[in-house]
Design a protein around this ligand. Structure first.
Ligand code: MG
Length: 288
């Protein structure tokens, strides 16, 4: 099932994407979950209830997909954890060794933006880079999760563009500053439940385009630490909870590795596409 949050009349609704339409669950039945977070936190039976409501939904509760405004699928995740250097070629292009343990950093919600909303080119730097990433949404609480059991903790997968301000990322040995500028974290628009994708979302083509030009073109099977391993590693440290988000790292082809660097500029359009999930598309606009 493909789920999304969308905005209509300044109210956000939970919807099920069906072809070129999105089924407005609030219009189907007022007792259904109103947000994706509510659905994820409500446990596995919620998905069955939503699937039954969406099945055969009448035309009056369907909105044309190209007419709705996407909202952030999970606007205030309890945790937003990012894995860095998870594709060998990307580690190499940045001058790093192949890691034996994943680089971990975090995002705050103020850096996130919905699909279609502008990515902000900050006043502070012109070094604005894209990073297309497969992203895990946790569905079941757990600590000390075995790798063999890890995928049972996944609700689904979405797309993240880990837009990075490289000049700030490289000011210090840790990356918090360069990864948390306002308006630099496009997320969504859809979350695909794990049962609609291969185990661990492996074997999916992942591409990033700037103004239609392909900059990144790889496959999720090229990860050094695949989703199950990441979940096992993180849960050794912390309790993972429903609605937590884990971005799994980006392939090679980022702007800072180009000669000259292919930074994004105001007026550009950046797209991340993952096979079986969809396209995350955003314009770039200068900070006002
Ligand atoms: Mg990244």
């Amino acid at each position: 099932m493909k789920l999304m949050m969308f905005e209509t009349d300044r109210v956000t609704h939970l919807g099920v994407v069906d072809g070129e339409t999105v089924i407005d669950l609030a219009a189907c039945n007022g007792t259904l979950p109103q947000t994706l977070h509510e659905l994820v936190a409500g446990g596995p039976e919620g998905l069955g209830i939503v699937a039954r409501a969406a099945d055969g939904a009448p035309d009056e509760v369907r909105r044309p997909l190209d007419k709705v405004t996407p909202a952030l699928p999970l606007p205030r995740p309890g945790k937003f954890i990012c894995v860095g250097l998870n594709y060998a070629l990307h580690a190499k292009e940045g001058g790093h060794d192949i890691p034996e343990y994943p680089s971990l950093f975090v995002r705050w919600p103020t850096s996130l933006v919905a699909a279609g909303a502008p990515v902000t080119l900050p006043r502070a730097s012109e070094q604005l880079d894209y990073e297309g990433e497969l992203t895990i949404v946790i569905g079941k609480r757990g600590r000390h999760i075995a790798e063999a059991d890890a995928l049972s903790h996944v609700f689904g997968y979405t797309i993240f563009n880990d837009v990075s301000v490289r000049a700030y990322q490289r000011k210090t040995s840790q990356w918090t500053a360069g990864k948390n500028f306002d308006g630099t974290g496009p997320l969504g628009p859809v979350v695909v439940t794990q049962d609609d994708l291969p185990p661990g979302a492996s074997g999916l083509r992942i591409t990033t385009r700037v103004n239609g030009e392909t900059r990144q073109d790889s496959n999720t099977s090229d990860m050094i630490f695949p989703p199950a391993r990441i979940i096992a590693i993180l849960s050794e440290i912390m309790t993972l909870e429903p609605g937590d988000i884990i971005a799994t790292g980006t392939p090679s082809g980022v702007a800072h590795a180009m000669d000259p660097p292919g930074w994004m500029k105001a007026g550009d359009e950046v797209e991340v596409e993952i096979e079986g999930i969809g396209v995350l598309r955003n314009p770039v606009a200068a900070e006002t």
